[in-house]
Design a protein around this ligand. Structure first.
Ligand code: SAM
Length: 267
């Protein structure tokens, strides 16, 4: 599958057999003399979305930390969304049918994104699907997401996509209540990494997937880096049906590829 990303990024160092390495050095692309200068600067990435013949532009601020960078799983979700709208069969095809309002009318899909980082997945989803998307992350990450939403206002307007930016710290009841449960779909990419975040993320999924009357699915793209991540999946499988809906081949030099999971309430 071709990546929509205009500028390639360094592959993440993966050693899924060693659980004792520092997660930051594991997760962040390696810093060395050659790339240090660029890592201190802003970087702009262009995503070309074939289905709507438009670009989405995303600002990264790599020196500010992992929340300000694009991750490989995000690119996979954007590519799958793009191919769905482009008429190709994708794991999203069934999930993304418009909500019927009345004869010949449909309501926009409502999507929530967790741990949005730069906001690329939510912004692309809104543009591709003409969806109403709420992108969320920790409070300090939101100004860069809002910057990216504003930078794409023209394409969003043209495609009748709407993106709201909101603080949602996983497991925080007030944040979760504030964004509400009125969604058709929840998205997340590269959100399973530090083990202390497994339980807050599970609590968040429990709130949205099990807390209301409506059936909502969570689609999560994930690049496995550590063996310990199996703890998250074991715990999740006790509460939700978890299916693999897409497996990306490993990119150059990696041992594993991005896997896309579908989480739903147990039947
Ligand atoms: C590895 S980054 C992935 C970012 C983005 N989804 C992507 O794929 O490019 C993980 C994201 O989860 C967010 N995050 C970490 N802990 C969080 C928490 N407790 N509540 C909400 N978001 C959190 C980070 O701020 C970051 O944006």
């Amino acid at each position: 599958m071709n990546s929509p990303i205009a500028e390639t990024q360094g592959d993440i160092d993966t050693d899924i057999d060693n659980d004792n390495l520092n997660p930051f050095t594991m997760i962040l692309p390696q810093d060395n003399d050659a790339n240090h200068a660029t890592r201190q600067q802003q970087q702009q990435q262009l995503y070309f979305l074939q289905s709507i013949n438009s670009n989405v532009v995303i600002r990264q601020l790599p020196s500010q930390g992992l929340s300000f960078q694009l991750w490989p799983a995000a690119t996979v979700l954007v590519t799958l969304l793009d191919s769905t709208r482009g008429g190709l069969t994708s794991p999203f095809s069934d999930l993304l049918k418009c909500r019927e309002k009345g004869v010949g009318e449909s309501l926009p899909l409502r999507i929530l994104e967790l741990g949005s980082g730069t906001g690329v997945v939510g912004i692309a989803a809104a543009a591709i699907l003409g969806a109403k998307v709420t992108v969320t992350d920790l409070p300090h990450v939101l100004p860069n997401i809002q910057f990216n939403v504003d930078a794409n206002s023209q394409v969003l307007e043209k495609q009748t996509g709407v993106v709201d930016v909101a603080a949602l710290s996983w497991g925080e009841n007030l944040d979760m209540e504030a964004v509400g449960r009125d969604y058709d779909l929840i998205l997340g990419s590269d959100v399973v990494y530090h083990d202390h975040l497994y339980e807050p993320l599970i609590e968040t999924l429990r709130f949205f997937l099990l807390g209301g009357g409506k059936k909502i699915a969570f689609v999560m793209a994930h690049l496995r880096r550590w063996k310990k991540e199996s703890v998250f999946f074991k715990r999740a499988k006790k509460l939700f049906d978890v299916q693999i809906i897409h497996t990306e081949p490993p990119s150059n030099g990696s041992r594993t590829g991005v896997v896309v999971y579908l989480f739903t309430a147990k039947r």
